[in-house]
Design a protein around this ligand. Structure first.
Ligand SMILES: *Cc1c(COP(=O)(O)O)cnc(C)c1O
Length: 379
């Protein structure tokens, strides 16, 4: 089955009881048993729910995985992955990481004796210098937020191939439509389905997709033992969102390219960060590992001040000022005062995250309206 067919059909069967073509929301906590212990595969809804199972089958197919396990949020999914570890184990992570992921690692899991190091993974081979016999996991996010750097997933996986290490890829920014980490050698894929998978800014949800049975068994065990499961209505919303994933992401990519090209020509703009530009430092890797360059664009201003950025942020009409990304509507954000405000100024500027840096999550509106909106705001 090809990708655009999978989004609609993979894991989805008409409801056996009624023939309903859409997967029903099984809003139930328990299931009647024929006799003690004899049931239809469903005993209690923390352990199994048919709406959730359909979504898990669908996500596993989209990521070319062995199985998928769903959670109440992206961070709950990440929490379950980190619970595969034991005290003393070490994780090597990219230093350009979603803020909530960084917080979970450094403020929650470090208390339980898991050790994290944060390194630049742009040079994939250099990762060998950081590995010790205690390293059990490599954690990476690509494209990165908000600088849109690209990490070579295949090169990272190849350089640790002979070791007992799981490579985890947070695929939230790319979505499975643009990037297939398991095909590139990754073992575990993480999604905040709150973003492109759900796609309509109406649900918080997370998922893990794994490449083999051993990991699936462990994560289903953690899902049931810890209990951070999503409700059936949230699973339904994600399933429904996925049905148009290919159309939405394709249009967002087309719009983002045109907006990035427009920003380059505007005389208030200093730098435009977009991996689709041939002079982007990681353009070659992006062309190899992604099917298109995504719906995210960042840029900063010649007058590099928070005040100048605020002026623009308060003037857009279709680009709404909000955290999050990946919905049908366009969003605009200011990393220095919003998502990345906890990072010290000197550290921020080192990676190019200047005071005036603005991040766009480009939606699927008419691109001419979006460009006019930015043009007006830039004055
Ligand atoms: C939003 C996000 C998360 C966290 O997901 P939630 O659904 O908000 O818990 C993790 N990683 C990335 C890259 C994100 O953008």
């Amino acid at each position: 089955m090809k990708f655009n067919t999978k989004v609609i059909h993979a894991g989805i069967e008409p409801d056996p009881a009624t023939g309903a073509i859409m997967t029903p929301i099984y809003q139930t906590s328990t299931y009647v048993q024929d006799s003690p212990g004899e049931h239809k595969g469903f005993a209690y809804a923390r352990s199994q729910n048919p709406t959730r199972s359909a979504l898990e089958k669908n996500l596993s197919a989209l990521e070319n995985g062995y199985d998928a396990i769903c959670f109440g949020s992206g961070l709950a999914a990440m929490d379950a992955i980190l619970k595969l570890l034991s005290p003393g184990d070490e994780v090597i992570s990219t230093n350009d990481l979603y803020g909530g992921s960084y917080r979970l690692m450094t403020q929650v899991f470090s208390k339980y004796g898991i050790n994290f190091s944060f390194v630049g993974l742009e040079d994939a081979e250099s990762i060998r210098d950081h590995i010790t016999e205690k390293t059990k996991m490599i954690w990476l996010e690509t494209p990165t937020n908000p600088m849109l750097n690209i990490i070579d997933i295949s090169a990272v996986c190849t350089s640790v191939k002979d070791l007992d290490i799981n490579v985890v890829v947070d695929n939230t920014f790319a979505s499975p439509y643009l990037q297939s980490p398991i095909d590139l050698g990754a073992h575990i894929v993480l999604h905040s389905a709150t973003k492109y998978l759900g796609g309509h800014s109406d649900v918080v949800h997370g998922a893990v997709i794994v490449d083999r049975k051993e990991l699936a068994d462990q994560l289903h065990f953690i899902q049931n033992a810890v209990g951070a499961v999503p409700g059936p209505q949230d699973c339904f919303l994600v399933l429904r969102g996925i049905k148009t994933l290919h159309l939405r992401v394709q249009r967002a990519c087309e719009n983002a390219r045109k907006i990035a090209e427009f920003l380059l020509t505007n005389d208030k703009v200093a730098n435009v960060y977009y991996p689709g530009f041939v002079d982007h430092p990681n353009h070659e890797i992006a062309s190899r590992q992604m099917r298109d360059f995504g719906g995210m664009v960042s840029f900063d201003l010649k007058e590099d001040t928070i005040e100048m950025a605020n002026k623009i942020l308060s003037k857009t009409h279709y680009f709404s000022l909000a955290e999050s990304l990946g919905g049908v509507e366009s969003l605009i954000g200011h990393p220095a005062t919003m998502t990345h405000s906890s990072i010290p100024h000197a550290e921020r500027v080192k990676i190019g995250l200047t005071d005036s840096l603005i991040r766009l999550s480009v939606g699927v509106e008419d691109v001419e309206d979006l460009i006019l909106d930015l043009k007006t705001a830039l004055g």
